[in-house]
Ligand binder design. Sequence first.
Ligand code: FE
Ligand code: FE
Ligand code: ZN
Length: 277
Amino acid sequence: MLYIGCHLSASKGFLAMGKQADAIGANTFQFFTRNPRGGAAKAIDETDVKAYLEFAKEHDFGKIVAHAPYTLNACGKEARVREFALETFKDDLMRMEYVPHNYYNFHPGSHVGQGAETGIELIADVLNQVLFPEMTTTVLLETMSGKGSEIGRSFEELRAIIDRVELKDKLGVCLDTCHISDGGYDIINQPEAVLEEFDRVIGIDRLKAIHLNDSMNPMGAHKDRHAKIGEGHIGFDALMKFIKMPQLEGLPINLETPNKIDGYQKEIEMIKNAHKQ
Ligand code: FE
Ligand code: FE
Ligand code: ZN
């Protein structure tokens, strides 16, 4: 089963996102839990959530992916930055339980000169404070491009975080194709080897979701600039080959390409057609 979708605006609630996804041929989607710059989240509307859950069931939706604000930095240098990450995380995870058994994806963070080792410790520290045994959500660490002092530029860094977390069964990984290409993984010529390495370092069972993006920059550029599917350095064929790998079967795949809704609709159609062949 192919679960394909894209990033949608959450401003009108869950049912609106479900309907919009369905209207563009998607059967999953991603959304920000709150304004990406941070700030208060809208109160959960239980009627809306209930209506969405019914809609998703009727339309055979896959798991959906909530994305933490990208300004959240669990390994910031200042205590108040880490405190904000902690509070946002806690609040988001509590809210996620209204749509149980889905994913909450976040950027591990930037160590801002403190060094990767310290960054990894600080991120694990936050995770150990926010994960709780009863939660049904799986928290996903996103693979990063390695721009600036980003943690998560290699599979090893993600593994090092996971190793330090107590409730490991609450953790997974979201693989972003633009980011890993920028990070130096050759998904164009050696997709099999990349997934083998993922399995060897992290364990393929941790792979829970995909961000499908082309990259404006060549492999290893550490830039993180997404391109439309087929208009970047990875290319359409390589991306289609990648999502057909058996290890990706059944995972929610979300586009984060520079598109408006009609552009996403076109890409989803292209991808569905290519996936059938
Ligand atoms: Fe992201
Ligand atoms: Fe991403
Ligand atoms: Zn990105």
